[in-house]
Design a protein around this ligand. Sequence first.
Ligand code: F6R
Length: 241
Amino acid sequence: MRIIRVENYEELSKRAGALLAAQITLKPNSVLGLATGTTPIGAYEHLIQGYESGDLDFRAVQSVNLDEYEGLSGSDPQSYRYFMNDKLFDHVNIDKERTFVPSGRAEAGAECVRYDELIESLGGVDLQLLGLGRNGHIGFNEPSDVFPAGTHTVALTESTIQANSRLFAKAEDVPRHAITMGIRTIMRAKKILLIASGADKAEALKSALYGPITPQLPASILQLHSDLTVVADAAALPEAA
Ligand code: F6R
């Protein structure tokens, strides 16, 4: 495990953006595993800057996203497909046909099988970017009694619904179910980059990095990954941790 502790969110975005950019430069046809949420937005801005300055070429890049809300179509502004287009894909020369997000509108059971097969057919994920839930979730793998393996549907916990409600007009609008890559899918990525910012992530991050490995804190399994980089700001990783 490699831990990069930086001062603030801006620095985190720069460092995470640089690691993603390095992956694309070293392997132009990388399969990137991407995340939504607030934390990666700054890193995506750095990728867009890299493209605009002519340093980055996304032509051969493919991507698979971690998750999607059930019931939302890709044109819904609250969907994760919409988010990815808006925050990254619309601003770089990636072939959108080769960017994949689980479908929130397909029949869920079949979509889970299709998504795992798709990732396998791409040859797996080269670099998986992960944010961290306040309850230690990764993707939408919420605390539970087992580590779910493949792509599956999940009922979001109350804490996740509350955390995500800031992006919706009201908490009732937050979908109650999502489709997410499973823990095995995530752990099979060749490299993992976990990013965490802000004091509200400090407890989950500390437990994830130094606590027991348990499905009650899904991110704790990342301790077992052989190529994990963590970029965290000072608020998320106080020196005392
Ligand atoms: C998003 C995802 C989630 C988020 C996590 C942190 O695709 O899978 O696990 O990474 O909820 O979200 P933010 O970055 O908004 O704090």
